[in-house]
Design a protein around this ligand. Sequence first.
Ligand code: DGJ
Length: 727
Amino acid sequence: MNVKYFMFLFCPLAVQGQTTDIVQTADIIEVKTDNTSMIFTAKTDAPVFFQYWGNRIDSTADFSLGRAVEQQLFPAYGGRYFLNPALRLTHEDGVLTTELVYIDMESNSLDENRTETIVHLKDKLYPVFVDVHFVAHKAEDVIVQYVTVVHHEKDSVRIANIASSYFPLHAEAYYLTHFYGSWAAEMQWKEERLTPGTKVVESKKGVRTAQSENPSFLLSLNRPAEEDFGDVYAGALAWSGNYKLSFEFDEPGVLHTLGGLNDFASEYYLDSSRVFRTPDMVLTYSAHGKGQVSRNFHDWSRKYALAHGDKLNPVLLNNWEGTYMNFDEKTLTDMIDNAADFGIELFVLDDGWFGNRFPRDDDDAGLGDWQVNKKKLPRGIGYLADYAVSKGLRFGLWIELEMVNPKSELAQKHPEWVVKSGERDVLTMRNQWLLDMTNPDVQDFVVQTFDEIVAMSPNISYIKWDANRHVENVGSEYLPAGRQTHFWYEYVQGLYAAYERIREKHPDMEIQLCSSGGGRVDFGALKYHDEFWASDNTSAVDRIFIQYGTNTIYPVQATASHVSSSPNHQTGINVPLKFRFDVAMSARLGMELQPKDITGSDYRFAKKAIREYKLIRPIVQLGDLYRLISPYGENGWASLMYVSKDQEQAVFFAYSLKYHNPTYFETKLKGLHPGKRYKITELNGRSNHSSFYGNDKTFSGEYLMNVGIRLRLYRPYSSAVLLISEE
Ligand code: DGJ
């Protein structure tokens, strides 16, 4: 259905330095959520202009005047456009330019919360058609943008680059927040003031693309992003492959933000009449700071980008750091016994359970041979899964289906499935090769193997899907010689096709997203998963920083955070068990250690902490996040809280990162109802002395949010958890 919106008289218009004063009628196109609007103006056969994105505007008549300088909705390389374009393609006759003009638009209500607006554009001369799609999610103030292209030239056109989204902003200053990192140090928060020129955040790794930089960003206008006030724009690309976010600060001081596929070595030859679709860019804006931006992303993803986002995730024990690959049946059944005693709900058997000719006793063999190792587990996975269930736990299993060890039966049987660059050496990483997910046979193998693995027992209800290397010496035996550059796009499409088929067959399976830790934390992969492993770094101190960055964008409910042993296996740091629990309890709590090693008063403490986590779990996993003190601040504190949607309950966390004498911790709370009275009870206490002077007392929300609370926390790695309940 084509719906022409309002028609207005169109006044003088400047097109990239060019002004026209021909009076013509124009459409005003609005993409609206409950609190925000994006507004474009369009007239037939002329470019569509991006007028506005910000607080919601209901009376749009003034936009008919146009503005002195205007940016296009989706600027292509051609005409007078000289900045980084959203689209650049070469036509079949070799012409390098494209000039997009307006055909019309349509608006479709998808359901009560979502409306899709499609702006139809075409090239002025060539039969190339570009649709820019916006799906407005009203309640969450999220707009999902993507682009489709089709052409009817006889031969293929070569797409050099195509963005998912473009938007211009104009302010005195721009502050970009992005999340850099690496293995065991993912999602490190970095905010910087942009200067003229182009800042690029990207990945060229193909797989584990979120590990060096996450495909997400915040942009604050005029000042560094504050939690509760100021204009903050944000985006997160839903894509698990190469991506590029670029922020071009031009001569007149406009900031042009492009996000989408990385154009690096990725020319795409699009055949006539075939549709090319970009990944989704998930956009949100708030006039009330980055706290609201995070809550928008969380609410949106729980509903639209997470499997079973309305349910609570279980407390689990993963055996990885407890045993690595060194286990037998007895080791695992003992762990299950201990886990049951602690009140754990799910046991996950990690890497090392498979391979016979090439047993998976280390990471150099067996990957790809997905048959249970008979020596380690003579009675099979079924026995273990039944055992867990008989003890009141669910059972989960680790897999890594996209990869193979050279020392495996699979690598010997299907050398043509391995990603390789012609006759060059195939490089190993963690002793493994990558399978070519562009190949439909590999996709079938992945789907069938998943089926066979979960068919080992009806009691397998959780899968941890890992991926432990990125792409080097790229190339595919499946893709034609002239289309090797399609690899980057088609790998991810192949992966998503496999995920789709698996999800169709196993809708209730809980699946954890893992890629050497947080290497694949993005909304593209996340929608097929229930949760993700945020990092292989289980040190509670580092996790405070990793989770601070991660939960700026991604939902807390999905953020797996495990208590591990001390000294920590990655960092060597010793921190108290209480601190380790208090950090893990601020996300999806689990344990990853040998539970029998927790003894004496630690044992009693851990058991109580797990019990208390179950009390606060709905608030942590489904409530609203309020960041109170950033760990990146100068004072060596970190603090955050979660508030239930009905504001009846909240849970507060505070962490001391250094020695503080003689100063003390003080903060104002957020998100409570000013008129309600709340009782505050300390959880996870280890001594008779509460760190909060008002333990077990009641306070008004007004008092807590204006006066605040003080805590006795001065030692390094001391911490507190407070339950705040309406009286
Ligand atoms: C990397 C993951 O991040 C770890 O948790 C663990 O599953 C190992 N792989 C197993 O090989």
